[in-house]
Design a protein around this ligand. Structure first.
Ligand code: ATP
Ligand code: MG
Length: 559
């Protein structure tokens, strides 16, 4: 067998699924789900879970449900429900008609709880929250049984019904599973299954004042949907015995899902806790969930990241059981590779310096037809006008260049990309010594950029014709944090925000083909990086976001 024929190595989850399928567990069926809580926007960490759950279903001929885990009415909102659906679809996955809400199961979940009570496996506890905590014990000390633990079944049934009916104030009673107060696993010390909470739910309104706990609702929802492999992140490892206990002890469930934990994605220079992301939004450190500095899918999308690049990134990082931290440079690498292959090229001058070509006839212009991509002919060509007055990038000129600076300088000849060789003849300054413009000459024999006598120049600059230039705003984005692990140790992550994560440049000059880009259109601005048209732009004045620079300058060693 040649190397090419070898099946790709499966990650540990796909190995389990493959073995289950081979042995006929679940009759060979594979069903996964992506279960976001609608209390925030999805982020790049969720992308890992989405790619895994939908990817496993795809790879094994199974199905993947989208289920909103909306059991906590206080923090949830339909704005999040809508954004999550948009983001999953944008990433390239489809739940078809399998869109579910844990809140749709409230009645069924309640019935399951009644069955647990009837089977003497759950009881109504009337201790205060503080007492429950105190009775629970610690890692070292076993818990103590609540005096209400031995309540007769009939009394439990009656109290639970009255909890639902709204006869008790919030916190007066809870429903607990009757498991083991001496368990070394604190999760198993009679976990709370239901609490009374008068809160308006974004879907069920005020129909309920009794809400199930996540640890109770999640395994049962999985069972209702006949999920086979319930993939979750490692922090739920300690909860797995409770998951299994519920699946084993609630009678009449239609499925027997198995929980498998994997390591969550952590990225350098990035925070991913929804609580922290919400704080960034609410305290105005960013301009919203879709701010291009945010690691949210909507932020990355607005920044210009492609779904393909994010999926590739998720493939590259793989799935494992051990916690680790991925270099955000890998995500940037994936987006650079993808954008390099697909983005049309264009010329844009971000910090313009005027150049007058003294020997170019006044009023004359000419058109250069330039390929939009060096090796993707399908992207076609565009027309770039040239004239007597041009803009070049301010930092492409130095009056007194150091040894290694090869770009424009007094007396020096360089190439204007695709146009002509030009030589700088004179520097015009204002009274304060600020450079106002350069006077250059061009060599008419170098049309297209090459000299017939074969003389070489050491630099090729991008440029824009002044008479045709489109004025634009360009937003340069950088990493949101200056610290590799924001908030680690004693640090407050907010003190590690990068004040230069956004730099807004106005008065940028674009070639005319960029005049009215569709929002979301992506380009490589030659020599500068990848840029994406922002929704804030208008026909008269486009706005572009820098997605990434062309190269990872941080990795370049000085010299
Ligand atoms: P919080 O940030 O408040 O802890 P969460 O990240 O768990 O919330 P959920 O909406 O519950 O948010 O997540 C939905 C799914 O995405 C869960 O299965 C969760 O395990 C997974 N997920 C969340 N964050 C990551 C991450 N960083 N890497 C991989 N999977 C993740
Ligand atoms: Mg969660």
């Amino acid at each position: 067998m040649s190397a090419q024929d070898e099946a790709p190595r499966l990650d540990f989850i796909r190995e389990i699924v493959a073995a289950d399928q081979a042995s006929g567990t679940h009759q060979g069926r594979v069903a996964t789900r992506f279960p976001p809580e609608p209390n925030g926007y999805l982020h790049i960490g969720h992308a890992k879970s989405i790619c895994l759950n939908f990817g496993v279903a795809r790879d094994f001929g199974g199905t993947c449900n989208l289920r909103f885990d909306d059991t906590n009415p206080v923090t949830e909102d339909t704005e999040y429900v809508d954004s999550i659906q948009e983001d999953v679809q944008w990433l390239g996955f489809s739940w078809d008609d399998r869109l579910y809400y844990a809140s749709d199961y409230f009645e069924r979940l309640y019935e399951c709880a009644v069955r647990l009570i009837r089977d003497d496996k759950a009881y109504v506890d009337s201790l205060t929250a503080d007492d429950i905590r105190e009775y629970r014990g610690t890692l070292k000390d076993p818990g103590r049984e609540s005096p209400y633990r031995s309540r007769p079944i009939a009394e439990n049934l009656e109290l639970f019904a009255r909890m639902r009916a709204g006869e008790f104030p919030d916190g007066a009673h809870v429903l607990r599973a009757k498991i083991d107060m001496a368990s070394p696993n604190i999760t198993m010390r009679d976990p709370i299954l239901y609490r009374v909470r008068r809160a308006h739910h974004h879907r069920t309104g005020d129909a309920w004042c009794l809400y199930p706990m996540y640890d109770y609702a999640h395994p049962l929802s999985d069972a209702f949907e006949q999920i086979t492999h319930s993939l979750c992140t490692l922090e739920f490892e300690d909860h797995r015995p409770l998951y299994d206990w519920l699946i084993a002890n609630v009678t009449g469930l239609p499925g027997r899902p198995r929980q498998i934990e994997f390591a969550r994605l952590n990225l350098t220079y990035t925070v991913m806790s929804k609580r922290k992301l919400l704080q960034l939004v609410e305290d105005g450190h960013v301009h919203g969930w879709d701010d291009p500095r945010m690691p949210t899918l909507s932020g990355l999308r607005r920044r210009g990241f492609t779904a393909e690049a994010i999926r590739r990134f998720c493939d590259e990082i793989g799935v494992a059981k051990r916690e680790n931290v991925i270099d955000v440079g890998l995500l940037e690498f994936c987006v650079r590779e993808d954008l390099n292959a697909r983005s049309p090229r264009a010329m844009a001058v971000l910090r313009p310096l005027k150049v007058v070509i003294e020997n170019y006839p006044e009023g004359q212009t000419e058109d250069f037809e330039v390929a939009s991509h060096p090796d993707n002919a399908a992207l076609g060509t565009r027309h770039v006008p040239f004239g007597r007055e041009l803009f070049i990038e301010r930092d492409d000129f130095l009056e007194d260049p150091p040894k290694k600076f090869f770009r424009l300088a007094p007396g020096r000849e360089v190439r204007l990309r695709g146009a002509y060789l030009v030589t700088c003849r004179e520097v015009i300054k204002d009274a304060g010594g600020q450079i106002l413009e350069l006077r250059c000459t061009y060599d008419p024999l170098t049309r297209g950029g090459d000299a017939p006598d074969g003389r070489k120049v050491k630099a090729t600059l991008h440029w824009v014709s002044a008479a045709h230039a489109v004025d634009a705003e360009v937003r340069l984005y950088d990493r949101l944090f200056t610290h590799e692990m924001p908030g680690s140790g004693q640090a407050d992550f907010l003190t590690q925000l990068n004040p230069n994560a956004l730099e807004v440049l106005t008065g940028c000059k674009l070639e005319p083909s960029l005049a009215a880009p569709a929002a979301g259109a992506r380009f490589q601005f030659e020599r500068l990086g990848y840029f994406c048209a922002d929704q804030d732009g208008a026909a008269s004045r486009p706005v572009f976001n820098r997605t990434v620079t062309l190269r990872d300058n941080r990795a370049t060693l000085p010299g």
